[in-house]
Design a protein around this ligand. Structure first.
Ligand code: MG
Length: 381
């Protein structure tokens, strides 16, 4: 492994874990974090959770699992090129979506609405809750007992109200500080990954076409470059070459721009990065504008497409119905969730939070099946 940049997170300067543990023999602390994430139940469930397309719509679409792997791949490439901690970005990337509800943003909006009186529901905070508390795997501590730096990276966004309850981990959301460069890399790799794979999946689903996408300069430039280079290329290869060029173009822009910003700011260590007034990992101004324009186009034409919207409406109804039936009558919950509620004294907000944990942990297909078991008159088991 090449030497880390001075501003990278290193094991030697890590703020450590909430519960002290011996150092692993053959791995570093961040590799251990990554391994614990991969072995968690929440990680396995990502296979059956979706972002835009519901799992049963087709086997070719991204799931949250394949999305997380793509984010890890892009993050690692960028981290390696900037001499940042590759193991840490990988751990953050693989964990960043663990707190997502079934059915993507539709599910999250519905659960947030259900939780309005009880502190709301934020998927980033839920990812942290999964790794800090909800995974029950180790004898000596709750959750996965990950390093501070992995947890810092997982908490990409947080409301001020919730940040106040988090102690040092929440401080940057109150005082405008920055997370480590590794966290910043994973955050933007997420943006690169989903914008580009939504183009790919949207085209495959027939919800987007080349003409619509060509209104976005970023897509048009790469598409035309592919056409010029291979005039006879046909079918899906044209799309794949275009998406490949888009990812490469964005990752390269991010690398060059970030390297310049780091060289100019010269942070001596990760705490200098955290105190720095602005993020040091970022796109150039023209790329940022092109990226945002493509995002807006996807919002208009894909996320609000009537076929996606129908599924979203249905998904929201399922999540809301599940939450309400469990909250109103806790005896409809599986016994282990009931026992957890009994163990907490049973205030309304405690009960609501545990119901939200249960619903958020569901995969798309489990939520649909659970809804059937509770509401379909012909499904009695
Ligand atoms: Mg993501």
């Amino acid at each position: 492994m090449t030497a880390l940049a001075p501003c990278a997170v290193s094991e030697a300067t890590s703020r450590g874990r909430a519960h002290d543990e011996d150092r692993p023999a053959y791995r570093n602390a961040f590799q251990r974090d990554r391994d614990r994430i991969i072995h968690s139940g929440a990680f396995r469930r990502l296979e059956y959770k979706t972002q835009v397309f519901v799992n049963h719509e087709g086997d070719m679409f991204r799931t949250r699992l394949t999305h997380s792997i793509e984010v890890a791949q892009i993050s690692r490439t960028i981290a390696r090129a900037l001499a940042l901690n590759e193991d840490l970005v990988e751990a953050i990337a693989l964990a960043h979506d663990l707190g997502h509800t079934p059915f993507g943003h539709a599910g999250q909006d519905a659960l947030n609405a259900c939780m309005r009186e009880f502190g709301g529901f934020e998927h980033n905070l839920q990812s942290l809750r999964v790794v800090d508390l909800l995974e029950e795997r180790y004898a000596s501590f709750p959750g996965l007992n990950l390093t501070w730096e992995t947890r810092e990276g997982i908490l990409k966004h947080c409301s001020r109200a919730n940040a106040r309850k988090l102690g040092p981990l929440g401080e940057r959301f109150l005082d405008g500080g920055q997370p480590s460069l590794e966290a910043q890399v994973a955050n933007l790799a997420d943006e690169i990954a989903y914008n580009n794979h939504d183009v790919d999946d949207g085209l495959r689903a027939g919800l987007l076409d080349i003409e619509t996408l060509s209104a976005a300069e970023f897509f048009r430039n790469q598409y035309e470059a592919v056409r010029d280079r291979w005039p006879d290329l046909k079918g899906r290869k044209v799309i794949h070459e275009t998406v490949r060029a888009m990812i490469n173009h964005q990752a390269t822009d991010l690398l060059v721009t970030s390297r310049t910003a780091i060289d100019a700011a010269r942070p001596g260590d990760v705490d200098d990065v955290r105190r720095h007034g602005a993020a040091l990992i970022g796109f150039s101004a023209p790329m940022l504008e092109q990226h945002r324009a493509l995002k807006r186009l996807l919002h208009r034409n894909l996320y609000r497409h009537y076929r996606v919207h129908r599924m979203s409406v249905k998904a929201q109804r399922i999540v809301k119905a599940l939450f309400e039936v469990f909250f109103d009558d806790a005896r409809t919950l599986p016994l282990d969730v009931q026992h957890r509620i009994e163990g907490r004294g049973g205030s309304d907000s405690e009960r609501a939070r545990l119901v939200a944990d249960y619903v958020a942990g569901m995969t798309d297909r489990f939520a649909i099946a659970e809804h059937g078991r509770l509401f379909a008159v012909d499904a009695l088991t």
